[in-house]
Design a protein around this ligand. Structure first.
Ligand SMILES: Cc1cc2nc3c(=O)[nH]c(=O)nc-3n(C[C@H](O)[C@H](O)[C@H](O)COP(=O)(O)OP(=O)(O)OC[C@H]3O[C@@H](n4cnc5c(N)ncnc54)[C@H](O)[C@@H]3O)c2cc1C
Length: 866
């Protein structure tokens, strides 16, 4: 074979000619960026794309970015042929999603309301209507269906060829049979930057590379130190012999409870499977020459799932099976793709790990990536799928093997609140792990750490399950749910409940809510102790540290020593890229604390910011614990443990002190994330157990309770405190999310300042608001649609239960004019809010609510400053 002629240079090199690589090439060309070369190891589609089932379904996501990406893909697939001349095979035959049980019905109603708000046409239909649309399915035992008339199917190979043609027509070079061996980089400051790629036929210089190598992406990334922990898994479908009466225009049918999806193929039925427990494939590495490949099916393992899936459409049992197919598809540990620029290498972009939805995601992701590559930043919220969210331990073969088998099984599982993943648990250990377990912690995974969600505290008086009214101060009796829920466990979870299956997930109130409520009340009325050692902590030192952090931070972080500053880091365009605290401990000594989910992201931002040789960043997350003591009696407890005066005058809000507690020096910051007087203690990991014990011992007289993350969430949402990646994200700007108070407006030369000042002058058409349901019973989780005078104007970013306020509470992003009214002239201000009648759609039920720009709990922060 004649070696292909390679260009010496291109601005962008895309590695991988599957549906993702070609879509990015096409979208780069659409933006006008045509100095692009796509290199495919073998032939286009030869990886996973060639054998995909081609479902183009939009239903099922409560992520705005995902939903918009899917809607964009669907729309693009219908019109791509007109641009490129190559048909995609898109057929909008419709989708029916079956709800077989109460949990799924509740989930799909919530999803439907959310996606409708974003423009999806979706109807809840009866089993009879399902039968009329898809007569071959047995529907008498189903509760309902969700019908999306615009969804359908597409031909993955034709779609890829159409993308490639559209890219080529605009000048992109698409070269097949060119394996990329390595990405070439050179140092730039504390990070690296891309300078080219090495292929089997020579090098190509480039500024940006895009790793779209599908299931090979992890190994290619590892060669450059980029963490992409995707792992291939066996993925199955079968195709039957022709079935009489099966129309080629029959809708796609999905019954997740039966593990199956169904669509017509060549007169027969394709039955695709997402089994509850799957199998990873080639954990040791994907063969370099695996092209248009198949995996030998494991009939024994799949038999029971296949039987159950086929039973939903009994006609499939009456004909023979023409094809039983198993192919590899790559999955990431949290079922979201790896997208964006690698933190440690400038110009190294990734778009891989598609979790079985690469075809239907390809259009949207291609558009997002092209924008990101050409402008340097995304134009949508990417906090949930940014490649910088991963940690090195997730590359471990054992972790990948176990988690991949589990995560594929969650695709068709009911996503009921309280469901926990069981694999890859306990990777990190809090220094007070044993203490939490001994106190009755019900543990949950927090970025590889085990942390208490709540404490069963069986020793506490009045908390036996026999007495559900043990907490008469509960604002609502949630022990008698009116919303459908699965039955709770017979008793409380065991102390130190290590097995997540001990507690039944459910949409409605659960027996353990009483523990959660008690913790919440303890913090509001007495004092609570949280372990938050999982928070990411960085020590930043050196003569240039203050100037560097001041440039990065919208808040004034380089003022007097011992000052704690809550701040955002912005991009040049004013979008928020991080939300954290910076504590100035001395002239050249700072502590940066961010959430666990932002760990690698913040580490990457710090590394990239170091231009001065005299700045050192040390990740001290594992060396330093974090114990948070919160509540009106927290000062009393702290004072009993130290000789230093901790009165309000001596130790004011947002300051830090180095205290001696039981002979141990501990950094203590007076700061809160729950809206009370409170302190964060940063003992060394070695000292943390002794400090925990001392706090519990001295705190007993003040009603101290160990508290979990459930209480943290309900407390912070009553007070309207934001959580990056949930209520605020990298598509938000400061004025819209109400964080102006944290910006040092008087001066400073921080990144994004010009943009921020301009944004402040704009009318606020979108704002983050606090929401409180009038009815104490319905529960809020996330994505519930908010209506003003009957018009959908936004949705809940986060929801919880306000045990002090007496109803479900949350933060919602609302836009004046809403999604449906082309009227952007109105501002979201107090007058506009007060003039509206507010309701929240909770699984199809319109619940009256109060909405406010100020938090409902302690709006003046008098308690925090007390
Ligand atoms: C059975 C099955 C059914 C599916 N059904 C659906 C569906 O109905 N809907 C849906 O949306 N998704 C579906 N999927 C998922 C979908 O097929 C994938 O998500 C998608 O094809 C992934 O595309 P990709 O471009 O990321 O990867 P790939 O298609 O694997 O492309 C990666 C390319 O990179 C090339 N490459 C690798 N290494 C190098 C290198 N070093 N140099 C150069 N090139 C390299 C490979 O040869 C390959 O062509 C299904 C998957 C399976 C297995």
């Amino acid at each position: 074979m004649t070696p292909p002629a390679l260009p010496a240079r291109a601005r962008v090199v895309i590695i991988g000619g599957g549906v993702i690589g070609t879509s990015i090439a096409y979208h780069l060309a659409l933006t006008g960026e045509t100095d692009v070369v796509l290199l495919e190891r073998d032939r286009l589609t030869s990886g996973t794309t060639w054998h995909a089932a081609g479902l183009m379904t939009t239903f099922g996501s409560t992520s705005e970015t995902n939903t918009r990406n899917r809607l964009y893909s669907r729309d693009l697939f219908a019109r791509l042929e007109a641009d490129t001349g190559v048909a995609t095979g898109f057929k909008p035959v419709g989708l029916i999603e079956a709800a077989a049980d109460a949990d799924r019905l509740e989930e799909y109603r919530r999803v439907a309301a959310f996606q409708r708000h974003l423009g999806l046409e979706v109807h809840e239909i009866t089993p009879k209507e399902m039968s009329e649309l898809f007569p071959l399915a047995k529907t008498d035992d189903l509760l309902a269906g969700f019908y999306v008339p615009g969804d359908g199917r597409v031909n993955p190979v034709d779609l890829t060829m159409s993308f490639a043609r559209g890219a080529r027509q605009r000048g992109v070079r698409v070269l097949e049979n060119v394996p990329v061996i390595d990405v070439l980089t050179r140092p730039r400051g504390r990070v690296r930057e891309v300078v080219g790629v090495r292929t089997a036929y020579g090098d190509i210089e480039c500024d940006r590379v895009v790793n779209c190598a599908g299931m090979w992406a992890r190994e290619l990334g590892e060669r450059s130190g980029v963490i992409i922990p995707n792992q291939a898994a066996e993925h199955y479908y079968l195709i039957t012999e022709p079935i009489d009466g099966l129309s080629p225009d029959a809708p796609v049918f999905e019954d997740p409870a039966a593990y199956g999806y169904y669509r017509e193929e060549g007169g027969g039925m394709m039955v695709g499977l997402f089994e509850p427990s799957a199998a990873a494939w080639r954990v040791d590495g994907i063969p370099a020459d695996f092209s248009f490949g198949e995996i030998t099916p494991d009939w024994d393992r799949m038999g029971p799932f296949v039987e159950r899936a086929m039973a939903r459409v009994p006609a499939t049992l009456d004909v023979g099976i023409r094809t039983f197919f198993c192919g590899p598809e790559s999955f990431l540990p949290d079922l979201a793709p790896a997208v964006g620029e690698a933190p440690g290498i400038r110009g190294y972009f990734v778009c891989a790990g598609m979790n079985s939805v690469g075809i239907l995601s390809s259009g949207g992701l291609g558009r997002v990536m092209a924008h990101w590559i050409t402008t340097g930043h995304p134009d949508v919220d990417t906090t949930g799928f940014n490649v910088d969210r991963f940690q090195a331990w997730q590359l471990d073969p054992g972790v990948r093997r176990a988690r991949t088998a589990e995560i594929l099984g969650t695709v068709y599982a009911a996503h009921t609140p309280g469901v926990q993943l069981r694999t890859a648990r306990g990777i990190h250990r809090s220094p007070v792990h044993d203490e939490m377990v001994a106190a009755g912690a019900y543990l949950r995974d927090v970025s590889g750490w085990e942390s208490a969600d709540w404490y069963a505290d069986p020793a506490a008086p009045g908390l036996s399950t026999a007495d559900p009214s043990a907490h008469p101060s509960d604002p609502a009796d949630l022990s008698a749910p009116s919303t459908p829920s699965t039955p709770g466990p017979a008793g409380p979870p065991p102390a130190g409940a290590g097995d997540p299956d001990e507690v039944t997930p459910g949409w409605g109130p659960q027996p353990w809510f009483r523990h959660w409520a008690a913790e919440h009340h303890a913090v509001r009325t007495a004092v609570g102790l949280f372990d938050m050692s999982f928070m990411a902590k960085f020590q930043v030192t050196g003569r240039g540290a203050g100037a560097m952090l001041a440039r990065m931070s919208a808040g004034a972080v380089d003022g007097p020593a011992d000052r704690v500053t809550y701040t955002q880091w912005l991009r040049e365009d004013g979008r928020i890229v991080a939300d954290l605290t910076v504590t100035k401990r001395g002239a050249d000594d700072f502590l940066v604390v961010a959430s666990d989910t932002a760990h690698a992201h913040v580490a990457g931002l710090l590394d990239r910011a170091i231009a001065d040789a005299d700045v050192t960043v040390t990740d001290v997350t594992h060396e330093v614990g974090m114990l948070s003591l919160q509540g009106p009696r927290s000062r009393d407890v702290l004072q009993r443990l130290t000789d230093t005066d901790v009165s309000h005058a001596a130790f004011p809000f947002r300051t830090a002190r180095s205290l001696t507690i039981g002979g141990r020096r501990v950094l203590v910051q007076r700061i809160t994330y729950v809206g009370e007087l409170g302190y964060e203690l940063y003992p060394s990991a070695t000292d943390a157990p002794a400090i925990w014990a001392a706090l519990r011992e001295e705190g007993a007289a003040y009603g101290l309770r160990p508290c979990g993350l459930k209480a943290l969430s309900s407390l912070r949402l009553e007070k309207g405190y934001r959580d990056f990646g949930h209520d605020i994200d990298d598509a938000d700007v400061v004025p819209e999310v109400g964080l102006d108070f944290a910006v040092a407006r008087a001066g400073g030369d921080f990144i994004g300042r010009e943009a921020y000042l301009a944004q402040r002058l704009e009318p606020a058409r979108r704002r983050l608001v606090s929401v409180l349901l009038d009815d104490p019973e319905p529960l809020l989780y996330h994505a519930e649609v908010v209506r003003r005078d009957g018009v959908a104007v936004g949705y809940l970013r986060s929801g919880s239960y306000g045990w002090t306020l007496g109803g479900a509470v949350g933060l919602a992003s609302v836009a004046a004019g809403g999604e449906t009214v082309a009227d952007g002239a109105v501002e979201v201000d107090h007058a506009w809010i007060d003039a509206g009648q507010w309701r929240v759609d909770v699984a199809g039920r319109e619940v009256p609510a109060r909405v406010s720009l100020r938090p409902f709990y302690d709006p003046t922060s008098a308690r925090v400053r007390s």
